[in-house]
Design a protein. Structure first.
Length: 299
């Protein structure tokens, strides 16, 4: 059983989009994944998103994705939501991944906007509803036009929200105006998918975060969201400002790269990257260390 949820916070408030740990030879590190998942939940995460962009989903196989979800559910599934990324630009493939994730014990699905083939809004609507129809799991949409090339328009969001299993959206659109209208008109639980905008999105109605920097500052993110929901906006703002160097440093390059480097600083599982991603240069490593230290991370 997954932890208790509500319609307002179907996956909790603080989630980390977890990296996929690999061993030195580049193979899947399931033991490391379980240890990292336990660490992140102990730190205060309500849930973990597996097999997303930060999980290097473009370069992991379907079998690896299923094994990873199964291992993380085994490690933390009784005390945290385990959300499986199943989005591709092929609806049939996404349905296959969704069904495999359900069989592996996932508590929910993350479905990114189809990328590269740039479908029209009706194509997006049919794609997402087909995935939602394929299992009994709740679905979080993932709107990130900077990667996919196509935004989910507010009107399409309204239509999708009518589906009983489409319950949330991860917003990486970077448009607070559109987010404000979509939150007000769809009723979807809104999660920030852009760490720099975590606090601004809370201010217009978001309920929480799907974070990359959660790998290193989950306790601070928890305190921030609890302060904001408790009405202490000044405290939430103070934490947001303290974390600005972390937000900046973790996105100077691709977030998977910096996350695995940061985990290495902390002695946590991460391991190497799969091409076409590559590790930080010595200069980039030193800069990341300075950024994290400036944001209060003890490394």
């Amino acid at each position: 059983m997954a932890p208790t949820s509500t319609p307002q916070t179907p996956f909790g408030r603080v989630l980390t989009a977890m990296v996929t740990p690999f061993t030195a030879d580049g193979s899947l590190d399931l033991d490391g994944a379980q240890r990292l998942a336990a660490h992140l939940v102990d730190a205060g995460n309500d849930g973990l998103v597996m097999n997303g962009t930060t999980g290097e989903s473009p370069t992991t196989s379907d079998a690896e994705k299923e094994r990873l979800v199964r291992a993380v559910v085994e490690a933390v599934g009784e005390r945290a939501h385990v959300i499986a990324g199943v989005g591709t630009n092929d609806t049939r493939h996404s349905i296959h991944l969704a069904r495999a994730a359900q069989q592996a014990g996932a508590h929910g699905l993350l479905t990114v906007t189809p990328y590269y083939n740039k479908p029209p809004q009706e194509g997006l609507y049919q794609h997402f509803t087909a995935i939602a129809d394929a299992t009994d799991l709740p679905v979080m949409l993932y709107d990130i036009p900077g990667r996919s090339g196509v935004p989910i328009n507010t009107e399409t969001m309204v239509r999708l929200a009518e589906h009983p299993r489409i319950v949330a959206n991860k917003d990486a659109k970077g448009d607070l105006g559109r987010a404000s209208w979509a939150i007000a008109t769809t009723g979807l639980a809104w999660y920030s998918g852009d760490d720099m905008l975590n606090l601004p999105l809370l201010s217009v109605g978001a309920v929480g975060f799907v974070s990359v920097v959660g790998h290193v500052v989950t306790p601070e993110l928890r305190t921030l969201v609890d302060a904001h929901t408790g009405g202490d906006v000044a405290k939430a703002t103070e934490i947001h400002q303290k974390l600005l160097p972390v937000f900046t440093g973790m996105f100077r390059t691709q977030g998977v790269i910096t996350s695995k480097a940061a985990l290495g600083f902390l002695g946590l599982p991460g391991g190497p990257l799969r091409l076409p991603l590559v590790g930080l240069t010595p200069e980039e490593t030193a800069r990341l260390q300075r950024d994290l230290t400036a944001g209060g991370v003890q490394i």
